[in-house]
Design a protein around this ligand. Structure first.
Ligand SMILES: [Zn+2]
Length: 472
């Protein structure tokens, strides 16, 4: 995902001791097979520059076909102008005529990784001291491989779920310029991926430095990116005879107003539930403020306390920040034009129009144009905190991660869920895998995932999907 953040500084009830440590010799046969599939996927370079999602989709499709999926149940897709950015939809038909399908979603593409910057080759799957290293080991080939492995095993076991299970492996999530498979499927193949809800990346757990899982998160909704260009223009002139009226000064003043403008506090079911649960058992000022804001969003003292944490500050409102700047055309000329890119992360339910109006009011200078940039997204429907979805996640988590609460989170970043919400497929970021206090290196250097997280998370998700598949 882009810009992953998981509620900072959760100090929650103590976690669990997973006795199982996954060394090669004590893996179950199904785990050995899974490790091979995961390795194959990580070692298939799917970065936009030199990789191919189409190749990765074909490899995953071959496993499904070998397990017994028919050609009609494996639908490959791509677009002629992006031949290496293809994807795959696989269908495991359910027995129920009435229960709606479940969609398993995963992006195959990975963020670029430079060998020279990494300690190990990013496209070689390397295990060291119980840790798997490689680009995509966390974001998100561990989930992709889990979905594929799950459907392979279900097919081989001749398991007939009540609900149809669908898998969509797509490309383009990490790069705006790429062919986004999730967007394309939502717009062109809505029937093919029709589902009551979708399971995606964006959730996950946190472990302490000893590897004990402290909490698990389910992502329910995310903020929406909207960019604006602020632009000022001026007749300009010779720099030897300056006047106060100047495009760069005018833009600069507008930018300072953007810096000082605080969007109003906003909360929804997800963030209310997040603060209520994540604050439990804490007696520090932040913990107390979390509980207080969940009870009363008008509690200004609690809001001020939470605003000290940049993650919580962003969870509580729309944010807009200047990220790029340009202006002037010559050293010795008064500037005729100046511009800045403003990157906004809109709280779910906010629109481009109301964000633009608030920026214009904050700037209050008709000389500063606020120009919305593409893409302009339709107002998403944040997924509901649906007990039919969250309940099984919680129950299965209690078995695998006893004592670690399941906390709903709203991402301040963005994932492919943004494309499915507008076409009526609520999308949830699954719990299961986890990382330690140092994070996973997703998008950055030396991306990794502990073997324990991989194998326990896979078992958790397999049982979770089976639970959903039997209900309804
Ligand atoms: Zn991702």
């Amino acid at each position: 995902m882009i810009g992953r953040i998981f509620g900072a500084a959760l100090a929650l009830a103590s976690g669990l001791g997973l006795a199982h440590t996954a060394t090669a010799q004590d893996l179950r046969p199904d785990q050995v097979r899974f490790r091979e599939l995961y390795k194959e996927l990580v070692e298939t370079n799917t970065s936009l520059s030199v990789g191919s999602c189409t190749v990765a989709a074909a490899k995953m499709g071959a496993h499904l076909k070998a397990a017994g999926f028919t050609d009609a149940q494996l639908i490959y897709f791509s677009t002629p102008d992006h031949p290496k950015e293809g994807g795959l939809v696989a269908i495991l038909p359910g027995t129920s005529k009435t229960a709606k399908p479940i969609l398993l979603l995963g992006h195959l593409d990975v963020v670029e990784a430079k060998r020279a910057d990494w300690t190990r080759d990013p496209f070689t799957f390397i295990e060291e001291n119980g840790i798997f290293y490689g680009r995509g080991t966390s974001d998100m080939k561990v989930i992709d491989a889990t979905w594929v492995d799950m459907l392979v095993r279900f097919k081989e076991q001749k398991y007939a779920p009540k609900r149809t299970l669908k898998l969509a492996l797509t490309c383009g999530e990490e790069t705006l310029a790429a062919f986004n498979g999730a967007d394309w499927l939502a717009k062109n193949k809505r029937d093919l991926i029709d589902a009551e809800f979708a399971l995606n990346e964006g959730g996950g757990g946190r472990a302490d430095k000893d590897g004990q899982v402290q909490s698990q998160g389910v992502q329910v909704g995310e903020k929406v990116v909207q960019q604006f260009r602020l632009e000022t223009t001026n007749p300009g002139g010779h720099s030897s005879v300056p006047i106060r009226d100047n495009a760069i000064y005018e833009l600069s003043q507008a930018l300072l107003k953007v810096r000082d403008y605080e969007f109003p506090l906003a909360m929804n079911d997800t963030t209310r539930s997040f603060f209520a649960k994540a604050g439990v058992g804490r007696s520090d000022p932040t913990g107390l403020a979390m509980i207080a804001i969940a009870k009363d969003p008008n509690d200004k003292a609690a809001e001020a306390e939470l605003n000290k944490d940049r993650g919580f500050h962003s969870m509580l409102r729309t944010t807009c920040v200047a990220t790029l700047l340009d202006g002037g055309h010559a050293e010795n000329a008064l500037p005729q034009r100046a511009g800045a890119n403003i990157n906004c992360r809109m709280f779910p339910g906010s629109t481009m129009e109301d964000t633009k109006a608030k920026l214009e009011a904050a700037i209050s200078d008709p000389g500063v144009k606020v120009i919305p940039l593409q893409p302009i997204r339709s107002k998403p429907n944040p997924p509901p905190l649906d007990p039919k979805v969250i309940g099984p996640m919680e129950r299965v988590a209690a078995k695998y991660f006893p004592g670690a609460p399941l906390v709903p989170t709203m991402s301040t970043g963005a994932s492919d869920a943004i494309y499915l919400a507008p076409v009526g497929i609520p999308t949830y970021g699954v719990p299961g895998f986890w990382s330690g206090p140092e994070g996973s290196g997703a998008h950055g250097l030396n991306e990794h995932q502990s073997a324990k997280s991989v194998f326990v998370g896979r078992d958790y998700l397999t049982e979770l999907v089976k639970t959903y598949a039997e209900a309804g």
